[in-house]
Design a protein around this ligand. Structure first.
Ligand code: TRP
Length: 488
């Protein structure tokens, strides 16, 4: 029966599999052990829901991805674009997904199917996205693991060297090894169903990461030239605006808030009817955006202190955090810097693990649902599949360096495909589905079950017109803009 029941939560059933939340522990969600009750259990209280959803949302997206995109796409102008998109598109989509989940009591694949038979495909599209993200997320998780290991073994000074990062990612066996280690740890945790322990620990470690980030940020801001970095990061320069900025910000928004991939639908399915959706969404957004902004404020000015904010440093993409931070840690001397580096990368590794666990749980439940396999078999298939799918991304900076389109490595391509292509398409279709197929009222009624929906008019206009037209325009313009060459 296990298999059948687990399919209740198709798609992404494990709100407990992530991060700091008390509620999730009492939520008894049907995951790891496959103990499934007839009824869906729910989060205790609104705060529990907010913490669980925010816990899933906060991960490498905030700490690693947001800062490098902000640096690459012009600093302040990227932040401004991101915030505007977050309070409009992000707000609307998160509200919609949570309401769909709570209304149907099901997750992505089943939720869309329940609402309209012909739209089951949208649930499947949502389900494909985590399958693409997990492997390359794990490659970055492996990078964090490598840095943690380097600091732990007392080689922190080497990590601050100019070529350390580039030679590490170019070395085929090293990147493969750390990637495989990361996936294996996630697999073992998921296989033995010990996520609960990870969650309990993350209740302490997540706040510790935030505090450490604040500390490092304040320290970096006392260094020469850092204010130039703060100016670059916070003051919008409209000359730097481009369609790439908007597409980058949009993809980041979906990625960071775990939108347009069914995750929030699942979270919504565990939310109690008494809890208010609207204010929960505001809180999750503030939390997620706050941590991303903070991480950027730590990393971008560091790039100005140590390399004058040169375009090569700012535009380097995925490596930014790994190149900039070790130089900051090094200024504490070998011992202090070593401890700081080990602590920082341990905490980031933890954040990455909790998100990866949640992603793997999601993929496993898709496999169980699609192929009607036992949980054990599904775990194994997901593990092997993730390893195989991640190999090209892990080797993309070394052995497979030649495979690139318009300067994008394989990892960048996976990232681009999920965040800048598939997620906007899923988001566009979700808006069309709500605005024109099931009608906005279906969603707004669900939100109004317990009180007023303050932004109802705004929601309706956004879902019907602004979001679908906006997303389609962004997608089309960027396709035309790069016609032939992906050079965003
Ligand atoms: N939002 C996560 C982050 O910022 C990444 C992520 C995307 C994720 N999709 C997810 C995490 C699904 C858990 C589940 O790092």
């Amino acid at each position: 029966m296990e298999e059948k029941d687990t399919s209740l939560a198709t798609g992404c059933e494990s709100p407990t599999a992530d991060a700091s939340n008390e509620a999730a522990q009492s939520a008894q969600t049907p995951n790891a052990g496959g103990e499934v009750g007839k009824k869906r259990s729910s989060f205790t209280g609104k705060i529990g829901f907010v913490l669980a959803a925010a816990g899933s949302a906060v991960g490498l997206g905030n700490i690693w991805r947001f800062p490098y995109l902000a640096a690459k796409y012009g600093g302040g102008i990227f932040i401004l674009t991101y915030i505007i998109l977050a309070v409009t598109f992000g707000f609307v989509l998160m509200i919609a997904e949570i309401a769909i989940g709570r209304k149907t009591g099901a997750s992505a694949i089943n939720a869309f199917k329940k609402l309209h038979k012909k739209w089951a495909f949208l649930g499947i599209l949502c389900a494909v996205i985590p399958i693409i993200i997990l492997p390359y997320y794990s490659v970055i998780g492996g990078w964090v693991g490598k840095y943690f290991f380097t600091y732990l073994t007392g080689s922190g000074a080497a990590a601050a060297g100019d070529t350390f990062f580039s030679s590490f990612i170019a070395s085929p066996w090293q990147s493969l090894l750390f990637f495989a280690l990361f996936v294996t740890v996630v697999f073992v945790i998921v296989l033995f169903g010990v996520e609960k322990g990870v969650e309990k620990t993350s209740k302490f470690l997540m706040p510790a990461l935030v505090l450490l980030t604040i500390g490092v940020t304040i320290y970096t801001l006392t260094m020469p030239n850092s204010l130039e970095g703060v100016k670059y990061y916070l003051l919008p320069d409209f000359k730097k605006f481009s369609i790439g900025t908007v597409l980058g910000a949009l993809g980041q928004l979906f990625y960071s808030m775990s939108l347009a991939m069914g995750i929030m639908i699942t979270y919504g399915s565990y939310m109690k009817k008494e809890n208010k959706i609207e204010s929960s969404v505001h809180q999750i957004e503030v939390f997620d955006t706050g941590i991303a902004l903070l991480a950027g404020l730590m990393i971008v000015p560091a790039a100005f202190v140590f390399s004058d904010g040169s375009p090569e440093t700012l535009g380097q993409g995925p490596g930014l955090m790994f190149v900039a931070l070790p130089k900051v840690f090094q200024t504490f001397g070998p011992v202090g810097g070593g401890i700081l580096g080990a602590l920082f990368f341990a905490l980031v590794l933890f954040a990455a693990l909790t998100s990866a666990i949640s992603l793997m749980e999601t993929v496993i439940s898709i496999v169980i649902d699609k192929f009607r396999l036992s949980r054990r078999k599904a775990c194994l298939i997901t593990y092997i599949g993730t390893l195989l799918l991640g190999i090209p991304s892990a080797l993309g900076f070394g052995a497979f360096k030649k495979v690139s389109i318009g300067g994008m490595t394989i990892l960048d391509m996976m990232d681009f495909l999920s965040n800048s292509v598939l997620m906007p398409i899923a988001a566009f279709l979700t808006c069309v589905f709500i605005g024109y197929v099931i009608q906005c009222k279906t969603i707004t009624d669900e939100i109004e079950l317990n009180g007023k929906f303050a932004m109802k008019k705004f929601f309706n206009v956004m879902v019907k017109y602004v979001c679908p037209i906006g997303i389609a325009a962004i997608l089309l313009t960027s396709i035309l803009d790069v016609a032939g060459v992906f050079k965003l």
